[in-house]
Structure formats: structure tokens, C-alpha cells
Design a protein around this ligand. Structure first.
Ligand code: R1P
Length: 285
């Protein structure tokens, strides 16, 4: 593989990690912009800086610490990425998604992907949480897919199905846990659309995406979900609506990363309890 993220390289990283800790996580969590606090709730944590992990990319975005944390969430061993990689950082798409394959080789069964996203659905408010039920891979329309290139059957099939990408049972569990925790009023289920970034969307782009059926827009998650599904991981994903996409030419609103990080702080504890309660209730068979 020309990007150097072949099976052997992922295996080398996974084996290195397995030698550093006795924890054997079944669940991996990826923290979105400003959502790194999820990783701080891990007990008995052992953390590795990305620069110390063989073959691992580096975080370059503010609000993404660049640490891989092993620990326990409500007694269940988990691994958590405090900091993810985005296409706009300039990495090859195979590199930003390599952690999914490394998780697979660690023995992980389920990944929980989180992100900060702009709300397109007019019913969504800043601070709302959207369970992702489906995605639109806009870069994919232009030939940008993390599975491009030779297919390694040890990970998965050449043409993976995506109609069941976001596990139905886990979405049901999230709704149930959300209701139990009293989060029902600010939780939705919808479609996430990924764009390349890093420039935020124009008004015309937001209007177009809404018409195409997207409820939220961002610059991550979808590529991870594709690679995770390809290698047989179960995927659950959620968006925190950190800003309202601007749809109106008279609006004075301007999307900005500071607002994104700030909203993350406001919901940080609730998201941590949603995720940890889900992890506690998950079955792995
Ligand atoms: C923009 O503020 C950044 O926040 C989101 C967007 O994708 C973009 O990177 O980050 P996450 O998707 O990593 O949460």
C-alpha cells in the first residue's frame, strides 16, 4: 500500500500497544472536537501520546489532545482516542482511518464515534445530540474513499455493504439510555454529511445539503465508519450540534471553531454519562 498503512504496519502498532498494557478493550471511543473529556472519565487509565506510538499519525487540530487512553468505563475495558485525524490536515485518507484497523487488531468489537457538527435540521438547537442513523459521504462522490487502493481481504471484502453501517441495536440502546438519563428532550436521530473542510460551509452549500436529506454536517466520522464496518466492527456514532448552520443571507451568525469547542464543554458530562452507560449495557457476543 503506497500510503504505508498496510496490514503489517497496523499489526505492528497493535502488537506494540498490547505489550504495553494488560487491558483488552472491547470498545473504542473516538472523541470529537472539544469532546476529549469523554476520555478523562476512564478509570485506571494508561495514556500514550500519539508521538510515542509506532506508525501513529499526530493530532494537529485545537481541541484534539493527541492521546490514546486505555482504561475502564463503568468497569468495562475501553480505549479512547483523545484526538482524531481529518482529511484537511493533509494526511492520506488511509492514514486518518488506520486507527480503526488497529482497534480491530487489538480485539475491539465496537467503536463509538463522536463529533462536533453543524445543525442543518431546523428543529435542532445548539447543544442537541444527534444519534447518526446514516451518512452521506460527499468526498466519496468525487472518488475519495478510505477503501480506495488494493483490498486486503484480511480486513474485509472489496465491496462492503453500508446500508447497515450504524448498528440498529446500539441506536435503540442510545435512545433508551438517553430517555433514562432524562436527555430525551435534546436527543434526535438523523443523517450526517461529511465534507472535506477545513473551510466551513457556505449558505448555498448548507441549503443544498439540507435538501439532500442531511440533518448535520461536519468534517469527520464517515471515513472512520466505513473502515470500521469494512473490518467487521460494530459502529455507533453521535454528533453534538455545536453550531447552527447558517441558511439565511440576512443572518449575522458566523461558524467558528471556538463556539464548537465551547458547546462541547457544556455537554461534556452528559455525553460522558450517555457513553459510559451504553458501554456498561452493551453485549459482546
Ligand atoms: C470544526 O470546528 C471542526 O470540528 C469538527 C469538524 O469536523 C472540524 O474538524 O471536528 P470533529 O468532527 O473531529 O468533532
Amino acid at each position: 500500500n503506497k500510503n504505508g498503512y498496510d496490514y503489517e504496519k497496523c499489526k505492528e502498532t497493535a502488537d506494540w500497544l498490547l505489550a504495553q498494557t494488560t487491558l483488552r478493550p472491547l470498545v473504542a471511543v473516538v472523541c470529537g472536537s472539544g469532546l476529549g473529556g469523554l476520555g478523562d472519565s476512564l478509570k485506571d487509565a494508561v495514556a500514550f501520546n500519539y508521538q510515542d506510538i509506532p506508525n501513529f499519525p499526530q493530532s494537529t487540530v485545537h481541541g484534539h489532545a493527541g492521546r490514546l487512553v486505555f482504561g475502564k468505563l463503568k468497569g468495562r475495558p475501553c480505549v479512547c482516542m483523545q484526538g482524531r485525524f481529518h482529511l484537511y490536515e493533509g494526511y492520506p485518507i488511509q492514514k486518518i482511518t488506520a486507527p480503526m484497523r488497529i482497534f480491530k487488531l487489538l480485539g475491539v468489537k465496537t467503536v463509538i464515534l463522536t463529533n462536533a457538527a453543524g445543525g442543518l435540521n431546523e428543529k435542532y438547537k445548539v447543544g442537541d445530540v444527534m444519534i447518526i442513523k446514516d451518512h452521506i459521504n460527499m468526498p466519496g462522490f468525487a472518488g475519495c474513499n478510505p477503501l480506495m487502493g488494493p483490498n486486503d481481504e484480511r480486513f474485509g471484502t472489496r465491496f462492503p455493504c453500508m446500508s447497515d453501517a450504524y448498528d440498529r441495536e446500539l441506536r435503540q440502546l442510545a435512545r433508551h439510555v438517553g430517555d433514562e438519563l432524562g436527555f430525551g428532550d435534546f436527543m434526535h436521530e438523523g443523517v450526517y454529511c461529511v465534507l472535506g473542510g477545513p473551510s466551513f460551509e457556505t449558505i448555498a452549500e448548507c441549503r443544498m445539503l439540507r435538501r439532500l436529506g442531511a440533518d448535520a454536517v461536519g468534517m469527520s466520522t464517515v471515513h472512520e465508519a466505513i473502515v470500521a464496518r469494512h473490518c467487521g466492527l460494530r459502529v455507533f456514532a453521535l454528533s453534538l450540534i455545536t453550531n447552527q448552520a447558517v441558511m439565511d443571507y440576512d443572518s449575522e451568525e458566523k461558524a467558528n471553531h471556538q463556539e464548537v469547542l465551547q458547546t462541547g464543554k457544556v455537554r461534556s458530562e452528559q455525553l460522558a454519562s450517555l457513553v459510559s452507560t451504553m458501554v456498561m449495557s452493551m453485549k459482546h457476543d
